[in-house]
Design a protein around this ligand. Structure first.
Ligand SMILES: Cc1cc2nc3c(=O)[nH]c(=O)nc-3n(C[C@H](O)[C@H](O)[C@H](O)COP(=O)(O)O)c2cc1C
Length: 218
């Protein structure tokens, strides 16, 4: 599969088999991920690879718990549902949507490791450049994984269980973990977005402006 097709075919995968990922495939993906552009060549990043069975089981459980919290906050409650009933719904939804996470063979955590390479007073610029760079690194990883038949999904559910997440993986306060992904073989690659999301995809021409803001292509 070439790069253009891998970009077209990449989809967020949330259901995985327990098939192991070969070490050489994983290493190749890590090397490709780390070829992404990085602001000022600062390489203010690292990738934490989680494979040890107990740790990845604990991480999967945390991510599912964080997911439940996200769904509780982000999704509207059913009419007449009490907060407790809504929270119960969110836990059930996370268990169903992310239910294969405990068997995912590899988890990858994208880290920002500040290098303090910008002049003093420009910390915000530096942070923005670093976080964007981690995003590029993840995109490389996800597209390359797709080309190899492996699934990923950019995940931020760790934000909702941050203290436990940091403690589990020994991540110091100075580092940030903007993105996490499972890495494994999908039950199947989703061929498109779920109907609700597909309907929400904005036509590309409305998102492109020519020469000056306010002149959308559409
Ligand atoms: C910054 C960012 C954060 C995301 N966070 C999550 C997440 O926490 N959990 C999740 O399951 N998907 C997450 N996603 C995946 C999006 O839901 C997904 O990319 C979007 O619905 C489009 O679907 P596609 O990736 O299949 O094209 C995230 C995507 C991005 C770019």
């Amino acid at each position: 599969m070439d790069a253009l097709e891998a970009i077209r075919m990449r989809r967020s995968v949330r259901r995985y088999t327990d098939r192991p990922v070969a070490d050489e495939d994983l290493d190749e993906l890590l090397r490709l991920a780390l070829l992404a552009p990085t602001g000022g060549m600062a390489q203010a990043w690292s990738i934490l690879v989680v494979r040890e069975p107990q740790t990845r089981a604990a991480l999967a459980e945390l991510i599912m718990r964080g997911g439940a919290e996200y769904f509780r906050i982000a999704r509207p409650a059913a009419e007449g549902a009490t907060p407790e009933e809504h929270a119960e719904w969110a836990r059930g939804y996370a268990a169903q949507a992310l239910g294969t996470y405990p068997q995912v063979p590899v988890w990858l955590v994208g880290l920002r490791v500040p290098r303090h390479s910008y002049p003093e007073g420009h910390e915000t610029f530096e942070r923005d450049a670093d976080i964007v760079s981690v995003g590029f690194m993840f995109e490389n990883l996800m597209v390359a994984a797709r080309a190899k038949g492996l699934g990923t999904v950019p995940t931020v559910f760790q934000w909702f269980v941050e203290a436990e997440f940091r403690a589990l993986l020994g991540i110091p306060d100075e580092l940030e973990a903007p993105l996490v992904t499972p890495l494994g073989y999908p039950e199947e690659f989703p061929s498109g977005l779920p109907p609700a999301l597909a309907a929400a995809r904005r036509p590309w021409r409305t998102l492109v402006h020519d020469d000056r803001w306010g002149r959308p292509r559409a």
